[in-house]
Design a protein around this ligand. Structure first.
Ligand code: FAD
Ligand code: FMN
Length: 666
């Protein structure tokens, strides 16, 4: 390692949090932001009024309660919409939810005290705001924000403002829930009055939902007092109207059968391709990476030539999934909608502030297959809200009990890992629930989100072909009646099977509709867009690099290694490149085994992890890292720093700790 001593280089310790698929089975890897957030607002795809003036908007629509959300992957947005629904149905509040980035904040000081403003805020990165809350954070963190001047008290410009806050965070991060804490502090500093406690939900402890439920009851009690409200028996008020159009045929041109927007509907899909507008990309090649017959890991090369999409090594690609046919059938059957699956429906916001999360006219089948997250975990509050629509009184009582008792909910729902249709099936023994308004699902289920994958190729070596490395989610839990099948990874597996000539690609009987709406994905195509990230190799190739990426955490590093191999081949001075990779068994899941040796003078250390052993994961790499430290000599090179894959899989605390340990040891 004399080389390092003499070169006195900045060593970039590139650390990718270990494969979430490996250690957390995908649970912690975030789902990106709402693809329709800007595409479809206010019913039927029309844009919300362009006004950024929140007060004007509230007055125009007769609202007295606005619920702002700062959300990256939809949870805060979901909580905001649940609060809006509950505020309206239980307390008669005139509620609306609002994306923080769609409004200005200068007239927060002009909001009168007969109105209330909620802030539901997630924290990201190093205690930072979500993308849609960046401007708000900047505004409110300012020592002297430029309020409109409507507040009477210039020292306390927000003294007329009543507000409520709930934060979403993860205690394993250093800056736990720092967004909501910061905002709460600023609002108080400017004289605003908080109603209830500043709630905090903890994803890290797995208690987010229960934290939310426990916080909101006393908050509602205080709010009823502060605003002179009266609680009434909750009546469901649909945020959307769903009108069946028996006179229309599903094949008619204006009917969306799963197309994400008008251009796609009209067969004139064009760029720019982004989070609102996917590119239907051909899969050039795909293959299985595991030799272990019980598990799958799909490698796919996605062809983006001609799309004007581009990527840089380290970026992410988003795959827009389709729900499995098996789950679509289950969902439609249990709601008694099977025979009406191709009925054309028009879905509109009940008022101008309600966003419909998909385009219409459409069909029940298309909404369920392409737009709703029907396979995800079920919330306790959602179970309670479905109780009034149970097929009979005893099922209703059971639903009320599950919705009201957190231990019973854990036993009957959470521990069984059932999705909503599976739960309804179990509850009614398969008898259909025909009274549930379809709008409830459109309001309460998350939108089917694109899933992100770290691009596992280098843009230097394959500019138009994006590689992904996706471990297929199939999770069996003791006592659970169903195996949880990841939506997107099983979809990719089915596409791979189709590409390899399987006439009836059918991973685990899931039956995906691989040809897409109106056969627009025929051949082997997948809707995608690319998200640029800050996860980069050092700009100077001679900088040594250490990478830690077990399981599919190795994906971006395959791209980095490809890149440095190409640079070395082109005669550039390329620094030492060390990769820590982990797998369960070298004969089963040693990803890209054949590539590493030929690619580059890459120093690979493999640590075999006993299956499902977290202890193994913790101990062995640490030993290896110590060895690596010895290898690099005792001197800490000037400027050594640790970089985590920002916005990528940087939630893995073990990998972070390992990186910092390495730094400290130096
Ligand atoms: C920036 C980024 C990069 C990523 N890179 C990669 C990569 O390179 N390779 C890779 O393989 N993955 C990667 N991921 C993860 C990937 O985005 C997906 O989260 C993962 O593939 C799972 O998607 P899925 O649709 O198959 O599973 P989902 O359907 O989203 O399910 C995921 C998990 O949620 C839980 N779950 C689902 N339904 C239920 C239920 N009803 N009850 C209880 N639990 C349930 C289960 O644990 C399940 O395994 C990345 C994520 C991010 C954010
Ligand atoms: C990449 C990433 C970074 C995060 N950083 C933090 C953090 O610094 N502090 C914190 O308390 N929570 C952090 N979290 C947890 C999120 O705030 C939490 O999961 C929240 O529920 C996400 O809400 P959303 O779905 O509305 O975006 C992070 C989550 C991810 C995926």
């Amino acid at each position: 390692m004399a080389q390092l001593d003499t070169l006195d280089l900045v060593v970039l310790l590139v650390l990718l949090a270990a494969s979430a698929a490996y250690f957390t089975k995908g649970t912690y890897w975030a789902i990106p932001k709402d693809p329709y957030a800007t595409a479809y607002t206010n019913g039927n795809g029309s844009k919300a009024s362009a006004s950024r003036n929140i007060l004007e908007k509230m007055d125009e629509s007769g609202k007295n309660c606005i619920i702002f959300y700062g959300s990256q992957t939809g949870t805060a947005e979901d909580y905001a919409s649940r609060l809006a629904k509950e505020g309206a149905s239980r307390f008669g509040l005139k509620t609306m939810t609002a994306d923080l980035e769609e409004y200005d904040y200068d007239n927060l000081d002009a909001i009168p005290d007969d109105k209330v403003v909620f802030f539901v805020l997630a924290t990201y990165g190093e205690g930072e705001p979500t993308d849609n809350a960046v401007d708000f954070n900047e505004f409110i963190s300012n020592d002297e924000p430029s309020f409109s001047g409507a507040g009477i008290n210039s020292e306390k410009p927000l003294s007329g403002l009543k507000y409520v806050t709930f934060g979403l965070g993860n205690n394993t991060y250093e800056h736990y829930n720092s967004m909501v804490r910061k905002v709460d502090k600023s609002l108080t500093r400017f004289g605003a009055s908080r109603i209830g406690t500043a709630g905090e939900g903890d994803d890290g402890a797995g208690t987010m939902e229960e934290d939310f439920l426990a916080w909101k009851e006393p908050m509602w009690t205080e709010l009823t007092i502060a605003m002179g409200l009266e609680e009434r028996e909750a009546v469901y008020e649909a945020a959307f109207t769903v009108t069946e159009k028996p006179d229309m045929d599903a094949d008619e041109d204006p009917v969306y059968l799963g197309e994400p927007n008008k251009n796609h509907l009209e067969g004139k899909s064009k760029g720019p391709y982004n989070a609102n507008n996917p590119y239907i990309a051909p899969i050039a090649e795909s293959r299985e990476l595991f030799s272990d017959k019980t598990r799958n890991c799909v490698h796919a090369d996605i062809d983006i030539s001609g799309s004007n999409l581009s990527y840089t090594t380290g970026d992410h690609i988003a795959v827009w999934p389709t729900n499995a046919g098996k789950e679509v059938e289950r969902f439609l059957n249990i709601l008694g909608l099977d025979s009406k699956r191709n009925m054309v429906i028009e879905v509109k916001g009940a008022d101008a502030t309600a966003k419909v999360p998909f385009p219409s006219p459409t069909t029940y089948d298309a909404v369920v297959r392409y737009h709703m997250e029907i396979g995800g975990p079920v919330s306790r509050q959602f179970v309670a809200s479905l109780a009034p629509f149970a097929p009979n009184d005893s099922i209703k009582a059971e639903m009320v009990k599950i919705g009201g008792d957190k231990d019973y909910f854990a036993k009957m729902v959470a521990d069984r890992h059932v999705n909503i249709a599976q739960l309804l099936e179990i509850m009614s023994n398969g008898a259909p629930w025909t009274s549930i308004p379809f709008s409830i699902f459109a309001e309460s289920l998350h939108k089917l989100q694109p899933r992100y994958y770290s691009i596992s190729s280098s843009s230097l070596t394959q500019k138009n072909k994006v590689s992904i490395t996706a471990v297929v989610e199939s999770i069996e839990r003791p006592g659970a009646p169903h195996i949880v099948k990841g939506v997107t990874t099983n979809y990719l597996l089915a596409l791979k099977q189709k590409q390899h000539g399987d006439p009836d690609p059918d991973p685990h009987g899931l039956k995906y509709n691989l040809t897409g709406p109106r056969n627009k994905y025929d051949g082997v195509h997948v809707p995608v867009h690319i998200r640029h990230s800050n996860f980069r190799l050092p700009s100077n190739p001679s900088t040594p690099v250490i990478m830690v990426g077990p399981g599919t955490g190795v994906a971006p590093f395959r791209g980095f290694v490809q890149e440095r191999a190409a640079q070395a081949k082109a005669g550039q001075d390329v620094g030492k490149t060390i990769l820590f990779f982990g797998c369960r068994h070298p004969d089963q899941d040693f990803l890209y085994k054949e590539e590493w040796e030929v690619r580059f003078a890459c120093f690979l250390m493999l640590f075999d992890l006993p299956a499902n052993s977290v202890a193994g994961v913790q101990s062995r790499p640490w030993r290896q890292i110590r060895n690596c430290h010895g290898l690099l000599s005792g001197r800490r090179p000037k400027g050594l720093r640790a970089a985590t894959a920002e916005g990528a899989c940087c939630r893995d605390q073990q990998a972070s700790r390992a990186a910092w340990l390495l730094l400290r040891m130096w």
